[in-house]
Design a protein around this ligand. Structure first.
Ligand code: ZN
Length: 290
């Protein structure tokens, strides 16, 4: 049978197949290849009975995050709050770069919009416009969250949700699916366990999809991105790079740089370009790996 691993705990992998969860052990020859099943993996498993089975094969992964360890993520919902803490484009751009680099589609969600005053709201709406122009989807949420559109977005997908503490991630998850506790309860019953904790990764059902709550990308280190690759994590820079005179243009001080022209003409937001240069400098300055 084909299923998806929605939870890994103490050597067991919980495989979801047509509304049922099977507690499986790894048995396939993928272990000889030093491959460990990850939450999110699509697998071929053999059911021994109605509740237990063995994973025989891990199907090819689309992508995989290291922290949290989740595979085959379709979208990453990056949650930032409008206030407390205030929305920071610097932080947002760092999250976006990290996610873009993993070839995962980011969706921006700005929470607590109801707590922002008029000036804060106006400022955020202007920034939201910048991100939408780049092509990012942005959801604004508050106590009266627009649940339907976010739930529709997750339909049939595997998502991760990330954000700093205090941005209201858990509140959002609960708003997204009031049945969540009920549904996770049903699965938990099948697993003979209580509610999930943040100590392990688990895919929770929301709408017709799954979502993994993550402790967040607390520290983003640029250990896997090369300076020349960074531009591909900024869609609006990637779009214009073919217009640069030099092939290896990093859009810093090179002459005839189409990216710098776009910045001076207001087509690329100055703050986005600044963040690009900042991260580029950090990548160049990191200690070499041995
Ligand atoms: Zn350039």
């Amino acid at each position: 049978m084909e299923g998806q691993i929605i939870k890994a705990l103490s050597g067991f992998y919980y495989c979801y197949h047509e509304g049922k969860v099977y507690q499986c052990r790894a048995r396939g020859n993928f272990r000889k290849r030093k491959l460990t099943p990850l939450v999110g993996d699509d697998v071929i498993f053999q059911a021994e009975n109605a509740t237990d089975g063995y994973i025989m094969e891990i199907l090819p992964r689309e992508n995989a995050l290291v922290r949290p360890p989740v595979a085959n993520i379709d979208i990453a919902i990056l949650v930032f709050s409008a206030v407390e803490p205030a929305f920071s484009t610097n932080l947002a751009d760092r999250f976006l770069v990290a996610i873009e680099h993993e070839d995962i589609r980011p969706v921006i969600c700005i929470s607590k919009m109801d707590l922002a005053d008029e000036a804060e709201t106006e400022n955020i709406l202007q920034l939201v416009e910048v991100y939408r122009m780049i092509g990012y989807e942005v959801f604004l949420t508050s106590k009266e969250v627009d649940k339907e559109s976010l739930i529709e977005r997750i339909e049939g997908k595997t998502a991760v949700i990330a954000g700093q503490s205090g941005v209201g991630k858990s509140t959002l998850l609960n708003q997204l699916n009031p049945d969540l506790s009920l549904e996770t309860g049903a699965i938990s019953d099948a697993l003979g366990r209580g509610r999930h904790t943040t100590r392990h990764v688990e895919l929770l059902p929301i709408g017709g999809g799954f979502i993994a709550d993550t402790p967040g990308f607390s520290s983003i280190e640029w250990t896997t991105i090369e300076a020349s690759e960074l531009q591909f994590s900024f869609p609006e820079i990637e779009d214009r790079r073919s217009g640069c005179k030099f092939r290896g243009c990093l859009h810093e001080n090179e002459p005839s740089c189409a990216v710098k022209v776009a910045v001076s003409e207001g087509e690329i937001a100055p703050f986005r370009y600044e963040h690009y240069l900042q991260i580029l400098t950090e990548i160049k300055n990191r200690k070499p790996r041995y």
